[in-house]
Design a protein around this ligand. Sequence first.
Ligand code: KG4
Length: 347
Amino acid sequence: MDKRKNKLVNVTILGIESSCDDTSASVLRNGVVLSNVIAGQKVHEAYGGVVPELASRAHQQNIIPVVHEALKQAGVSKEELSAVAFTGGPGLLGSLLVGTSFTKGFSTALNIPMIEVNHLQAHVLAHFIKQNEIDNNHPTFPFLCLLVSGGNSQIILVKAYNDMEVVGQTIDDAAGEAFDKCAKVMNLPYPGGPVIDKLAKEGNPKAFKLSKPQIPGYNYSFSGLKTSFLYLLRDELKKNPNFIEENKADLCASLQYTIIEILMDKLQKAARDLNVKGVAVAGGVSANSGLRAAFEEYAHKYHWEIFIPPFAYTTDNAAMVAMSGYFKYLHNEFAAMDTVPFSKLVI
Ligand code: KG4
């Protein structure tokens, strides 16, 4: 088969993700993942959060070796690629620029199209990545997706790969932010979500009663919870300076329990009112063991068909970018050479 015909039969997409502090490249062939390489950035650890300028510099150092490794692990040559997909936003502008500029050079050199991908949509479409040729375990449209990360908490009605409606979202902090900020006041390392998850396993989720927001509709709010957690610590520390140390597991368990209750309550209302039975979860917080267990529980109780991503696709990864690129490739949706990234981009 000549190279051109082969490209039509085997749609091979290279995905590039550089929206925050993970440089990632992935190769997918007809939606089947062949490689997914992620280089994290340890440089931010000392600062307790991502430093944008350091992130873009690290992306510049990482991007070529990461792409090289993704192609090598996939056993695919550059010439076999049908297109290159990249994250066009939302994210840190300097970080996005590295991926976008690399993509422009790469697609020009190889004379292949480039495809712009919305990072948030990519998290949702990660549910369509196939682990192998016979993997058919993906949602059918329409379905609901709870997208929970460090920057987002949204309930999305997914009608098609390119038609998503946000039916509820946070009016202040995101769920991941609530985990991270509460971890910080307990002097736990950043990012706090995974640490709280681990400590919560040893604690009593009902030990401390924390405030829950009373807002109408499907919107979320986490700032009140954060404040009530802060006040609890402040008041208890006055009585006992070792309060946090002595109650760490119970504090983590109670906080995690409350965040999950808030998330699941609105999600269940949306699923009920919109009469949707397919319910998925995506984003960094979807790695949380308590949230995963709550999904199983709700599936049983409300007869949901649930979709929980493998851990590799919960945090930022290029496989989800390549998957979104694959959908767009099939519909000839390509990006122009003068495309620029946007730090603020909505679904
Ligand atoms: O999607 P993501 O990787 O990127 C950003 O939005 O930046 O999400 C990161 C967020 C952080 O807030 C982190 O604390 C949270 O996901 N996270 C978790 C867990 N793993 C990551 N939160 C709770 N439990 C976890 N196991």
